[in-house]
Design a binder for this molecule. Structure first.
Ligand code: UDP
Length: 468
């Protein structure tokens, strides 16, 4: 009789960018018959997870989201529904109240759990799992390059005492990297010990008994950073991505209006730039209007996802561009769009999922980072990988407005210019490498099996040094 499959418990943080890669991972485990799994989430996130996991045998356990969490409007259980991201820490603190419910539900599962994959933002779940002798693997939803650089920035604070924002500095782990403050998000690089932000940054560091980290990346994408992380920092990072390639989609004959519109661009031989800034970025109305001006002036066909509700993008803009541009205000299937052959460039906020989805589709990226580790992602894709161009404020400041004329120039350069052609070629090469890594025998294919075998053992050997 064959032994039962390992049983994995997933507990993502309540953000689309944290939930989606773990859904992809669950599909991968299912398709490769490597494990069964249970997802933990809250009632308002359950329908999205249930729909996304259709076709698998997933169990979903709903934990009650804290009612009347101080400072949080009722009925909000994921960060993309927050009225504004200044409430992020309030939301994060509220999620700690899930702990007793999680511990009770984990202990009562009918099938023993082989290991837990939980979000880096739910660091307390390590202890919850340890009480039951369950190994915990952390998921941070970012690449090893960003984890490693942030590790040194936090420890060494090399940015202190710089004469100017553009003065380069290095970190001891990567002496050849020339960083500037422009590569870092202000809130994460210099929090004051009395700040809530400082507490948050400390709390999300992997506790010593975290068994491993899942890296939604493939080894060939960031080998130096992965090797460095695993030999000097830890816990061991397993590159098991790109997870967005987990579901093998076939071209659907049921074409949505959006796909039909993209199909029509192919028929007319008109490349399309896809513009989207993830599930939670906040962009001022003034900046949105400049984006509209830029897209109109670029002369390039575009598909633009606008999250902000009720915002005017400029008088008559949508009518004037109706022949060659689409503005969408609802949730789209971003991966399907990026993989459409009409898409020639991606204007992105550089959330790690968006970066990996752009890479998987072989699409060059106009990097416009906004928060979290996105500035490091932008640096990585522009400078290390050479698959994009960087957007910068037109007045040379850190957070200033990007004028429409600059956006137009960059879009044209990426779609038609020499730099764009070079970036597109590199992006296509990386897309091929990503697919190879995920195929049978590829680096990510093997890493997933090895990780499951290693983590399922109930010993603490196999930990990388560093934080362990
Ligand atoms: N996404 C999507 N449709 C939308 C908006 C976002 O499918 O209309 C997905 C996108 O493909 C990605 C995730 O939401 O998988 C956003 O994650 P990312 O890390 O790019 O950014 P975040 O939202 O976390 O800032």
């Amino acid at each position: 009789m064959s032994s039962p499959l390992p049983h994995v418990a997933f507990f993502p943080f309540m953000s689309k960018g944290h939930i989606i890669p773990l859904i992809h991972l669950a599909h991968l485990l299912h398709r490769r018959c490597l494990a069964t799994f249970t997802f933990f989430t809250t009632p308002l996130n359950a329908p999205f997870i249930r729909d996304s996991l259709a076709g698998t045998d997933a169990s979903i356990v709903e934990l009650p989201f804290p009612e009347n969490a101080p400072g949080l409007p009722p009925g909000i259980e994921s960060t993309d529904r927050l009225p504004d991201m200044s409430l992020f820490l309030t939301f994060y603190n509220a999620t700690k109240q899930l702990r007793p419910h999680f511990e009770q539900a984990l202990a009562s599962l009918p099938t023993a759990v082989s290991f837990l994959i939980s979000d880096g933002f739910l660091g307390w779940s390590t202890e919850s799992a340890a009480k039951l002798g369950i190994p915990r693997v952390a998921s941070y939803g970012m690449g090893c390059h960003a984890m490693a650089i942030q590790y040194y920035i936090r420890r060494e604070k090399p940015h202190r005492g710089l004469a100017s924002d553009d003065q380069p500095f290095t970190v001891s782990g990567f002496p050849n990297l020339r960083l500037t403050l422009d590569d870092l998000t202000q809130f994460s690089y210099d929090p004051h010990p009395a700040d809530e932000v400082y507490k948050f940054v400390e709390e999300i560091q992997p506790p010593p008994d975290t068994r491993a980290v899942v890296d939604n990346s493939f080894y060939e994408l960031e080998p130096g950073y992965v090797d460095h992380w695993n030999s000097h920092i830890g816990p061991k990072a397993w590159c098991i991505g790109l997870l967005c390639l987990a579901q093998q989609k076939t071209r659907s004959n049921n074409r949505t209006e959006l796909l039909q519109w993209l199909d029509s661009r192919v028929a007319m031989n008109r490349p399309v730039v896809y513009v989207a800034f993830g599930s939670q970025a906040e962009i001022s109305e003034l900046q949105l209007k400049e984006i509209a001006i830029g897209l109109e002036r670029s002369g390039v066909d575009f598909l633009w996802v606008v999250r902000a509700k009720g915002v005017e993008l400029g008088e008559g803009f949508e009518e004037r561009v109706a022949e060659r541009g689409k503005v969408v205000r609802e949730w789209v299937d971003q991966l399907e769009i990026l993989q459409h052959e009409s898409i020639r460039a991606f204007v992105s906020h550089c959330g790690w999922n968006s970066v990996t989805e752009g890479i998987s589709a072989g699409v060059p990226i106009l990097a416009w980072p906004m928060m979290a580790e996105q500035r490091l992602n932008a640096r990585f894709l522009v400078q290390d990988l050479g698959i994009g161009l960087r957007v910068r404020a037109s007045d040379g400041t850190r957070e200033g407005l990007v004028r429409g004329e600059d956006i137009a120039k960059l879009v044209r350069e990426l779609v038609d210019g020499e730099k764009g052609k070079e970036a597109a070629k590199k992006a296509k090469d990386l897309a091929r490498a990503a697919r190879m890594a995920m195929e049978e025998g590829g680096s990510s294919w093997r890493a997933l099996e090895q990780m499951i075998a290693e983590v399922s053992q109930k010993t603490t050997t196999g930990l990388a040094p560093g934080l362990a």
